[in-house]
Design a protein around this ligand. Sequence first.
Ligand code: G6P
Length: 605
Amino acid sequence: MCGIIGYTGPLQAKDVLLNGLSQLEYRGYDSAGIAFFESGQNVRVVKTTGKVARLKELCSSITEEIHCGIGHTRWATHGGVTVENAHPHQAGRVTLIHNGIIENYHQLTADFHLEGTLISQTDSEVAARVLDQIYDHDPISSIRRLVPLLEGSYGFCILFSDHPGEIYAVRNVSPLVAAYTHSGSLIASDLTALIPYTRKYAVVPENQIVKLTPYRMEFYQMDGTPASPEILEVNWDTDAAMKNGYPHFMLKEIHEQPEALKKTILPRLTKGLPDFGDDGIPDSLFQTCSQIRIVACGTAMHAGMVARAVMEPLLKIPVLVSVASEFRYEDPLVNDQTLTIVISQSGETIDTLAALRLAKELGSKVLSVVNVKGSTIARESDYVLYTHAGPEIAVASTKAYSVQLAALYMITCRMACVRGKMTDQEAASFMEDLLDVIPAMEEMLDQAETIKTIVRPLIDKPDAFFIGRNLDYAFSLEGALKLKEISYIHADAYAAGELKHGTIALIADQVPVIALATQDRIFSKMISNVREVKARGAYVILITKKEADVDPELADVRIRIPDLHDRFTVFPIAVVLQLIAYYASLLKGLDVDQPRNLAKSVTVE
Ligand code: G6P
């Protein structure tokens, strides 16, 4: 979604802004622009559709010293991909960039008689024009009067032409982080744009106004009184957000999984058992609840689906998974006996945040599994279990998925102990099995080149089907998502037993079916389903444990994963499915890290 960067200080602002936009490219976007104080009170805007590289070309003739400006990558919501709709938007003395959606833009257009004055089709320009109309030469008081007029989500960075050298910002829901350094002040939609300059930053609190000057950053409450931000420190270094020799972030992040798992699991083991003492998560949280609701989006939701299949049989309480964007409309049966587990890599996904807020309103305690420290979801949850994947830059989530799973498995184990469903000995053996997945993932990473060869026949096929039963079905969901989002091959996952009720009609000669058969107790049933698709001509890629005995005629290709306990096969399988998607995208010559239409952090509903 839209990326935001602002800078004021002694450095060449053009470079800071354009480099910042490059760092934010991974969020997903379709146009880009910058605005800066040119001379005196003149604010100049340069914007274009397409990539940041095109914007850089347009800016190459700018040679003068620039010391204050804002930059934006736009992911279209209101209005198509045009130069007019690209940000920044200018209205009189106001120039602004915006991430989010102003829902009442129609009403504002009428109330402020903007009909006929708008150049773009965006809600953001409406906000700029309203702000210009109410502007009284005092930015803080004008923003204070703007905020109550707006409905929706927003992160705004604003230049006022009569306040050169100053950047103002305000947000509701959409994230903003700000930093003051010896080389000036910066603001951005996320940390990756700030880390080349500083490790210390502040999360801009909702409904506070920030004023950045080259010498300081000031925060104000909505009543105009000054506020002091909490200064946080980034727990990863600049290298973590670089490709470090890999051709794509996705491949690098796939390879980082064993390390990320170690960082997430090992510090939380005491005598071989999960211990959340340092995370401040009390056992009482796990003791009394009578049901668990898991809420998340995308890959994080798929991690939740796997966790559900592991948790419910072990804990013997209902565990339900909801897509966050649906949760609010399900009238969920949530109360003070419910433990809600929210999963989010970014900690900023707006639907997940809205679901969290509803769960709290309904009396549930919320435990979140989040990767980004200090993110909104982390701050608003009752308890947080941070995953330690480091920054995930590729739009397609990989390492975040496996560390989310590791965290959820640890929660399951702790909860089972606390509720008397596992002895300490059983829990220690569960954790040993969890640690065994690390070498198992490494073993599959070593087979990357083989998997590349296996993928070649898939790349000119329009469709692919992933099938599995029980846990294998939950893994299939993520495999299909990965493949479709970066290779644009239409891919779907089906519970293998359900195929006969419709989908098998789509299986014809050479249609790829990726069949997962790693669950011992339902292995033979799954193999029967594979026979059914093979009999109809499918091109079968069969994934089993090494020890599995399978008729060689059944599969065109066989991938063998290490012989782990059924519950844990997801980890090596995740590596295999991620590599299948990666190589399909690569061999098709697509943009692996920034697939079309997608955004890394979805901050609009
Ligand atoms: C987007 C990303 C996915 C991610 C989902 C949820 O769709 O492209 O990779 O799984 O959002 O994001 P979150 O940050 O909440 O885990």
